[in-house]
Design a protein around this ligand. Structure first.
Ligand code: CTP
Ligand code: MG
Length: 231
């Protein structure tokens, strides 16, 4: 890494939140006095490492302009895309003029409001001299079963299984190329999977278990609990 290497953050926030079954996309639900998206962006800004944070928002999103953070310095809006990867690519496009291929990009789900400044710093410190990049991840405490229909056909070796979290940290040029080459591939559910398809091996950095993704209704209370614990 050279002294001129910049760090950027990309936040895909253009999902509809189908599994949450709420009256609005889950990133606009309130927990602890702020929307999920405001918590997420506040934490990223508090890290004080990013040149800017590019947020992918649906073009017809009526909620975003009402958030105070929308007009804040260091926040760049990009158009959302059909899939998460399309939203990430769109946000990469929004910072294209200022970013270099060697700059680092940390992609972080809007739906993970409990990300801590310490985990962001840990990811960056662990990987800033790495050739490929990598992700925050968690080991699995439960025994994991391979199931066909309702029948268990095997037990996975837990030592080799990690759960992928975000942020996921890759160099701008590599990430853009990986996402462009895999566009439309349903196997690409995170940035790492796109990079893996290029034959590379991203690293894992063990993250905190409270960095949950708000997905279902019951996750909101849990996120609130963690946010308050972290104060
Ligand atoms: N996302 C996005 N653009 C899409 C789809 C998802 O920016 N076309 C974002 C979501 O806003 C979220 C993150 O990607 O911050 C992770 O996706 P997920 O948790 O699956 O959110 P949703 O797709 O909104 O939820 P669901 O799958 O339940 O509909
Ligand atoms: Mg989704």
């Amino acid at each position: 890494m050279t002294d001129s290497t910049q760090f950027w953050s990309v936040v895909p926030a253009a999902g509809v939140g189908k599994r949450m079954q709420a009256d609005r996309p889950k990133q606009y639900l309130e927990v602890s006095g702020k929307t999920v998206l405001e918590h997420t962006l506040t934490r990223l800004l508090q890290a004080e490492v990013f040149t800017s944070v590019a947020v992918a928002i649906s073009t017809d999103d009526p909620f975003w302009p009402r958030l105070a953070v929308a007009g804040q310095a260091g926040i760049v809006r990009a158009a959302g895309g059909k899939e998460r990867a399309d939203s990430v690519l769109s946000a990469l496009g929004a910072i294209r003029a200022q970013a270099s291929d060697d700059d680092w990009v940390l992609v972080h789900d809007a739906a993970r409001p409990c990300i801590t400044v310490s985990d962001i710093a840990l990811l960056i410190d662990s990987l800033k001299n790495d050739a490929v990049g990598g992700i925050l991840a968690l080991s699995s405490h439960d025994t994991l079963k391979n199931v066909e229909g309702r029948n268990i056909v095997g037990t996975l070796d837990r030592a080799h299984i990690w759960r992928a979290l975000t942020p996921q940290m890759f160099r701008y040029g590599l990430l853009k190329q990986a996402l462009e080459q895999t566009q439309g591939n349903p196997a690409v559910t995170d940035e790492a999977s796109a990079v893996e398809l290029m034959g590379l091996q991203p690293k894992i950095v063990e993250g905190r278990p409270d960095n949950i993704k708000v997905t279902r209704p019951e996750d909101l209370a849990l996120a609130q609990f963690y946010l308050e614990q972290q104060q």
